[in-house]
Design a protein around this ligand. Structure first.
Ligand SMILES: [Cu+2]
Length: 123
């Protein structure tokens, strides 16, 4: 090997190694109420399911209605038997679009975040 091809090979190996460890971040796979759904009644609980197990005490969820009021009735709680889920008690006061913004910390200590909405047709 010439010096050039050897360093090129080393560079390729480093590039491969750099992407090799599959990092498992917690991404939202399911929500109840479902993302984008339209409901006939106000749900009392929001359940979020993720691709990875969560450190629920370090997760944050804000739930706001169309007036910007906070409709989360408490902090996220663990779901017994489902370490990849968290639940948030709700106190929705008015019909309309409900926006959910979540920050998750997975057990591999990586943070993710996202947001979505659902609609409450009537209270
Ligand atoms: Cu990760």
């Amino acid at each position: 090997m010439t010096g050039f091809t050897r360093s090129a090979a080393a560079g390729l190996l480093l590039a491969l190694l750099g992407t090799a460890p599959a990092c498992a971040h917690a991404f939202l796979v399911k929500s109840d109420p479902a993302v984008g759904s339209v409901l006939n009644a106000a749900p009392k609980m929001l359940v979020l399911s993720y691709t990875e197990d969560l450190e629920v005490p370090f997760c944050f969820v804000t739930v706001t209605d169309s007036m910007g009021m906070n409709d989360a009735a408490g902090r996220p709680q663990p779901v017994p038997g489902h370490p990849n889920e968290m639940q948030v008690p709700l106190s929705i006061q008015m019909a309309g679009k409900i926006t959910v913004a979540w920050h998750a910390l997975s057990t591999d200590t990586h943070k993710t975040q996202g947001s979505f909405s659902f609609t409450v047709g009537q209270i």
